[in-house]
Design a protein around this ligand. Structure first.
Ligand code: GRG
Length: 291
């Protein structure tokens, strides 16, 4: 099966998992109705599900006969919940103050700031319940998974990325920008791949290779995002000074995208598995995606 077929197949599974999760939440008498509505609004507003898909493909790469897809369920839900929390909070007036997300009113425009703040808080906290409650994952692997997630998205990860982003001004240099993109974007993409490899119980050497692969894929993902966000007429917003395009111009930004994509492909070739083709396709998909 090629990437498009696997994506189609997995999306059905993932949407089923998410619907079941939200249905169970709806039955919980302690769950505030407006909170669940706000969280559901953003969870179901048309995201690509890139991070769960990456986790699925890596899991399949390393899975052996005793692995079951159900082992991945809570982790995939957690990834999309982390991503959703970060988008809800990022759009708030005290952060990026964006009224629109994915072509729709952003969460706080529909539910008000206080509820959106709490919707993000709830999602982030529920992630750790889901990870601790994941079925059929050995205790040691579960602890490694929880440590990985907390490290990559917490104060030494994504949250500091957001702080560096907020503090960035015209004095910013390329190294600073690379750090922001690493912490804000590549960290969660890397976590998706490495976490799935941990759940599939892959060997230490392959864990290292997958970590390097997904770091480069994550950087390539963000650079592609900068290219998609860039205005052809150069009339970018002030905040666009925090973009590869601003620093390097179009041609060198494309070179950087090619460089990270090539490094991702090279790392994948060092992985001790035959069926890496679909992940190679994912690297190429990022190059041509339009959203
Ligand atoms: C801790 C509040 C807080 C924020 C963390 C991740 C983040 C910082 C902010 C989100 C906004 C942003 C520009 C993130 C960069 C990562 C990125 C490219 C997000 C878009 O991801 P896609 O393309 O989105 O996967 P969809 O809509 O497909 O889910």
């Amino acid at each position: 099966m090629n990437l498009a077929q696997q994506q189609q197949q997995f999306n059905l599974v993932f949407e089923g998992w998410l619907q079941a999760y939200l249905a169970a939440a709806q039955k919980n008498k302690n769950y505030a109705e407006i909170l669940l509505k706000s969280q559901s609004y953003s969870l179901l507003s048309g995201g690509k599900r890139f991070r769960p898909l990456l986790a699925y493909l890596v899991f399949k790469l390393f899975a052996s006969a005793h692995n079951q897809l159900e082992q991945l369920k809570n982790f995939c839900l957690a990834l999309e919940m982390i991503h959703t929390y970060s988008l809800i909070h990022d759009d708030l007036p005290c952060m990026d103050n964006d009224d629109v997300r994915r072509g729709k009113p952003s969460n706080h425009k529909v539910f008000s700031e206080d509820i959106s703040l709490l919707a993000g808080d709830g999602l982030l906290t529920d992630v750790f319940f889901l990870l601790a409650d994941a079925k059929d994952i050995k205790a040691e692997a579960k602890i490694n998974l929880i440590k990985l997630v907390a490290e990559k998205i917490g104060s030494m990860g994504m949250v500091s990325g957001q702080v560096f982003d907020m503090q960035a001004d015209q004095q910013l240099i390329l190294q600073d920008l690379r750090k922001i993109h690493l912490l804000k974007t590549a960290n969660l993409i890397q976590t998706s791949a490495v976490g799935a490899a941990i759940i599939a119980d892959c060997a230490a050497a392959d864990l290292h290779n997958i970590s390097e692969f997904s770091y480069n894929l994550g950087m390539a993902f963000q650079i592609k995002d900068d290219l998609l966000d860039g205005k052809p007429d150069g009339q970018n917003k002030q905040q666009d000074c925090k973009s590869y395009l601003h620093f390097l111009g179009l041609e060198k930004t494309k070179d950087e995208l090619s460089r990270h994509s090539m490094l991702a492909r090279q790392q994948l070739k060092t992985v001790d598995r035959k069926n890496t083709a679909v992940l190679l396709e994912l690297v190429d998909f990022n190059l041509v995606r339009s959203s």
